[in-house]
Design a protein around this ligand. Structure first.
Ligand code: AMP
Ligand code: MG
Length: 395
């Protein structure tokens, strides 16, 4: 049995980043870029008008020269003539600023009569309302470092540089196996001894919140050979195999034996924590296996503490664990020393409070939680007002 800290370290030490692939940017949402991206051009690519207005030579305004509007430049138009003293062009947002023009006045601050431009803006300075070429990024400059998640903004930024495809880290293929004779799929009718299977649903949703999908979900009864067979069939074709149930010490818990028979090398089995003590983590060739306990709250607690960082590491994220905060706890909490505790909790502006119903079979409190309080192994009596560490659950 190992400590929470050692178990988390074992995850990071063993899991490695997956291979990379080149994909079109429209498909890249949620991926992590595998290489630094340098800008192939300056942005904006030319001096650009930031306003609908008039472009002119600033010295003409300073010297109080008469200025005449001689042409019009809309976005997408090119005005090739260098501007001469005493000339202005009508210009629109996004249009290239003509050569020699070094000031733009917005259209609300002028009077134009017979093409004569009268400027009423007294706050203009050199280069007013001009977005200089390269002011966002210069050609060859680092645009996004590797490890950046492809968000809406990142994809738009890359598109704006004219880049159509990017090298990203491949997403992990995750298979899920739930074990238990008592499990019935929601939508069916329960006999007196059954319960509805919920772990595959919460696991799939947790994966979905990480922009990952579940390759397959399979169900198996508590039969030693069937458990072995299904592990053996699945393990060769995924990056991560998640099992739920059957990993404890009951007479019908066959997952550990099934994993041994499939030559899964144990990295750790059993963690000094509540919930989720019987958690198993192992490896077979390039596939990582988590055997999660069956109790629904333990499944999620183990997912967020161990599976989540493993999946993040595989995907190339620089920060793998859930974000943590330190806040005063709102109520006293008594625990036994020897096991770390994870408590479903909710935060407000000033403190964090554990929710009612912390047993590992109870998901109700988890469904209302926004965070998990982590109480270390050795702690016993936690007093209201003590500072505790908590992990923020993905929204
Ligand atoms: P086990 O770890 O297999 O002993 O299961 C522990 C508890 O979790 C038992 O009460 C099971 O009925 C329950 N359980 C196991 N698997 C699931 C599941 N997929 N969905 C909901 N409850 C489950
Ligand atoms: Mg079971």
């Amino acid at each position: 049995m190992i400590s929470v800290i050692d178990a988390k370290k074992a995850i990071i030490d063993n899991v490695t980043i997956l291979s990379t692939e080149n994909i079109m940017i429209e498909k890249a949402y949620g991926y992590v870029i595998a290489d630094d991206i340098y800008s192939p051009l300056a942005l904006p690519p030319f001096n650009q008008s930031a306003m609908d207005g008039y472009a002119f030579i600033y010295d003409d305004l300073k010297n109080k020269l008469p200025i005449k509007v001689v042409a019009e430049v809309a976005a997408g138009d090119l005005y090739n003539e260098p501007l001469k003293s005493g000339q202005a062009v009508r210009i629109f947002t996004g249009a290239p600023v003509p050569l020699n023009a070094d000031c733009i006045v917005m259209q609300e601050k002028v009077i134009v009569e017979n093409n004569n431009l009268h400027i009423t803006d007294s706050a203009l300075i050199l280069n007013s309302n001009i977005r200089p070429k390269g002011s966002q990024i210069e050609k060859g400059e680092l645009a996004l470092p590797k490890g950046t998640k492809m968000t809406a903004a990142a994809i738009g930024f890359i598109a704006g540089m004219g880049i159509a495809a990017v090298n990203v880290v491949r997403k992990p293929k995750v298979r899920v196996i739930v074990t238990g004779n008592e499990l019935q799929k929601p939508g069916n009718i329960l006999n007196g001894a059954q319960i509805f299977e919920s772990n595959s649903y919460s696991i799939s949703a947790a994966l979905y919140s990480m922009d990952l999908s579940t390759e397959t979900i399979q169900s198996v009864s508590d039969n030693e050979n069937e458990v072995y067979e299904i592990i053996a069939q699945s393990i060769e074709t995924c990056d991560v195999l998640l099992l739920s149930g059957g990993i404890s010490v009951g007479d019908y818990d066959f997952v550990e034996r099934g994993l041994k028979k499939t030559d899964v090398q144990t990295i750790f089995y059993k963690v000094k924590q509540k919930p989720g003590k019987p958690l198993f983590f192992g490896k077979h060739k390039n596939t990582f296996v988590f055997a999660l306990p069956g109790n629904p709250a333990a499944v999620l607690s183990c997912f967020y503490n161990y599976v989540y960082p493993a999946l993040r590491k595989m995907q190339g994220f620089p920060n793998c664990f859930l974000k943590s905060v330190k806040l005063p706890i709102a109520t006293d909490y008594q625990k036994k020393s020897g096991l770390a505790n994870f408590l479903n909790a909710k935060m407000n502006n000033t403190n964090i409070y554990p929710l009612e119903g912390q047993a590992s079979f109870q998901l109700r409190s988890y469904a209302l939680a926004d965070s998990i309080i982590y109480l270390p192994e050795e702690s016993e009596m936690i007093k209201a007002g003590d500072i505790v560490e908590a992990f923020l659950l993905p929204k």
